[in-house]
Ligand binder design. Structure first.
Ligand code: ADP
Ligand code: MG
Length: 684
């Protein structure tokens, strides 16, 4: 191949092919066996692998290695160690199997929700053999899980891996029961679409709210918003194109298949989608994507905002999670089949998914609950806070047919658009419904409730686990069925799944007020705030599910719930304190200065303006006095749930009020005096 950027694809990731090339045959086989969970890695092999990794890393400019893990903060963490050792006064470059497999970062400063008291601060990281090591800067990063001294998970990856194994076990068992003996393993595959805002760094640096909270806490709407719909899919601006080019090249070097990029709906909003990968890797890669977006933005004098709602009045950002189950023979269990038998299998898995979502909507809702996402879910842009499943007219027709006792028919559909040269185009098996939180899109389900800054680990853990449960119940129903009755029974189960869980299926407009009413009548939960969503974590039903399958212990659930409450309350406390600071140091002094210019004016209109400014000053000043008092009072609350509720009320009731006054002032303020960058300046 000629020297192109693609030549460097994967150059910074230690692929299996490179490992195979560089390792003795028996050592590579030991690695393969261990990474496919069929055996343990012996110490001697680990030493050889570590040494090879060190050589490869040093050749590529590395001086350090680290265990790269995902603590419950939601981002990633690492502690770097150099390859250097002192060998009696001589420099020795060394990386042992022991250091490869196990690390021991001081765990005391990561959230543990009480699982680990500071006096027993030990925490361990263990190499995840299923996700490849990669290079960032001068460091070899080794994807790892993070657990406490007592073996409790302190991270997001460990439990996700457990859920992937659980699902594999249940799917393969069910497929065998149904006579699909050729399948040995199944994995969930995930494709993530990442939305973000890109704004000028010099303006970003002038707004404390953007720096500390990731969003604007006030700001009068620009005269133009997204109403002209001229940004979506429009030509990418030159500076942004240069940024995207660098982002892609960085990601390709890391073996991430960055694929699609385009302008999003709101001004300055963009999207990057990478090609789907197995869930564990997709989640890791999404962390890299978020990291690289931020770093490259910095190099281009931009700031990348991953917050779910950086600006009021225009769309926020999400992260669509495309999900399917793919077997080791390449077949996708959510893809319509080619013949009768495959078609039954397809419907069995689709119906199990519908059952899973309908049985555990609260848990799914919880998995995407964050303070930032509350500004988005249920607003007029993202999916509503009510979970429903969209299957599309085509699939719904099949199901109806099926329920009426008709045989499953050929699933191929063609369109005849009646344009010359465009005859018999294959049609998608589903239309698009943008308002649905969970939509079937032809051969996968798209879960659209994730916030843009969210780690995709928990939502996928929940999808895997609830799916495993639904399949487990199917296994029980089929276990003792005689071979000749099998098909009849499978048909019966599909029908039952669809009819018993009909209430979750909805094809209409998810934004409409009528739907909220109808959903309540159907008995679907409408959990509008993060506080209530978190509170469902340990509902009996949910705790039973997670504990029975060994995904979490009772104490792990309790700890995770505590951490989510803490993160929520802390996020809001930071927002409130930031608002107070900006008001006291910027807004009020500006108004005061501005009044001086009008104070002694003779003009009646100028006098009026003066009075308007004074009124703004008084309203803001009074409201922030109250907010400060109320914050201090709320912070005395000891109960985590009650504290979170109080913070939510401050955020919902008092902050918008203050914002209204500030925006009023901003709209009449002097550009010279009030220098906080406005929406017009930032967005256009
Ligand atoms: P849209 O914007 O229409 O939702 P995109 O092309 O932006 O579509 O994103 C679709 C995402 O779904 C991509 O990440 C793609 O790789 C992923 N995807 C495609 N097929 C599958 C599949 N079988 N399983 C999981 N993800 C998939
Ligand atoms: Mg999408």
């Amino acid at each position: 191949m000629k020297e192109t950027v693609f030549k460097k694809f994967g150059s910074l990731v230690l692929s299996k092919e490179t490992m195979k090339e560089r390792l003795p045959k028996d050592v590579y086989e030991a690695f393969e066996t261990a990474s496919s969970k069929k055996g343990e890695l012996d110490n001697a092999s680990a030493d050889v692998i570590a040494d090879m990794m060190k050589e490869w890393a040093i050749e590529n400019g590395c001086t350090h290695f680290c265990h790269w893990f995902q603590p419950l903060t939601g981002s990633t963490a690492e502690k770097h160690d150099a390859f250097v050792e002192n060998n009696n006064g001589e420099l020795l470059l060394k990386f042992s199997g022991k250091s490869l497999i196990k690390g021991e970062p001081d765990a005391s400063s990561f959230p543990s929700g009480g699982l680990r008291a500071t006096f027993e601060a030990r925490g361990y990281t263990y190499w995840d053999l299923t996700s490849p090591a990669f290079i960032r800067g001068n460091t070899l990063c080794i994807p790892s899980i993070f657990i406490s001294f007592n073996g409790e998970f302190l991270d997001k990856k460990g439990p996700l891996l457990k859920s992937i194994e659980l699902l594999d076990e249940k799917v393969t068992e069910l497929l065998r029961l149904c006579g699909w003996k050729e399948v040995n393993s199944v994995k969930p595959y995930v494709g993530l679409e990442q939305e973000y805002f890109l704004i000028d760094r010099p303006l970003y640096k002038k707004r404390l709210d953007l720096i500390l909270t990731g969003r604007t806490l006030f700001g009068h709407s620009a005269p133009k918003g997204q109403e002209l719909e001229d940004h979506y899919f429009g030509a990418v601006p030159t500076r942004v194109a240069a940024f995207m080019k660098d982002v892609n090249e960085e990601l390709w070097k890391l073996g991430v298949y960055a694929k699609t990029e385009h302008n999003e709906v709101a001004p300055r909003q963009f999207e990057l989608a990478s090609i789907f990968a197995d869930a564990n890797i997709a989640v890791d890669q999404n962390q890299m994507i978020m990291d690289i977006l931020k770093r490259v933005a910095y190099e281009h004098d931009f700031a990348c905002l991953l917050h779910e709602k950086p600006f009021a009045g225009i769309n926020g950002s999400g992260k669509h999670n495309n999900y399917s189950l793919i077997c080791d023979d390449g077949s996708n269990l959510f893809a319509p089949g080619k013949d009768h038998k495959e078609q039954l299998r397809f419907l069995l898995f689709i119906s199990a998914f519908v059952k899973a979502v309908d049985t555990y909507p609260e848990l799914l809702r919880m998995s995407v609950a964050t303070a930032g996402n509350d500004h988005r879910l249920g607003a007029n842009e993202a999916p509503p806070a009510i979970i429903s499943v969209y299957l599309g007219e085509y699939l719904e027709n099949i199901i109806e047919d099926f329920a009426a006792g008709n045989d499953v028919h050929d699933l191929k559909m063609v369109h005849d658009y009646n344009i010359k040269g465009f005859k018999n185009l294959p049609a998608d098996t589903s239309d698009r419904n943008r308002t649905s939180p969970v939509a079937f899109t032809g051969n996968k389900f798209e879960f659209r409730m994730l916030g843009s800054s969210c780690s995709a680990a928990l939502p996928n853990l929940v999808l895997n686990t609830i799916m495993a449960k639904a399949l487990d119940e199917t296994i029980d129903e089929l276990k003792d069925v005689k071979e000749e009755d099998l098909e009849r029974k499978v048909v019966e189960i599909i029908k039952k799944n669809f009819s018993e869980h009909k209430k979750i299926i909805f094809s209409g407009d998810g934004y409409s007020a009528d739907w909220i009413k109808e959903a309540v009548e159907r008995g679907l939960p409408n959990i509008t705030s993060t506080v209530e969503a978190i509170n469902h974590y340990d509902d009996r039903k949910n705790a039973d599910l997670l504990e029975d399958y060994g995904i979490f212990s009772e104490s792990e659930i309790k700890a995770r719930k505590t951490i989510l409450f803490e993160q929520y309350s802390n996020t809001l406390a930071v927002e409130i304190r930031t608002l107070l600071k900006m008001v006291n140091r910027q807004v009020l002094p500006s108004i005061a200065r501005e009044t001086l210019e009008y104070k002694n004016a003779d003009s009646a209109m100028m006098k009026k303006h003066y009075e308007k400014l004074c009124a703004c000053y008084d309203s803001i000043s009074e409201a922030i006095g109250k907010l400060e008092n109320d914050l201090n009072r709320a912070m005395e609350e000891k109960d985590e749930y009650q504290l979170a509720r109080k913070m939510r009320d401050l955020s919902n009731d008092e902050m918008p009020e203050i914002r209204k006054y500030i925006d009023e002032y901003e709209s009449i303020s002097s550009k010279e005096i009030f220098t906080v960058p406005t929406y017009s300046e930032i967005l256009f």
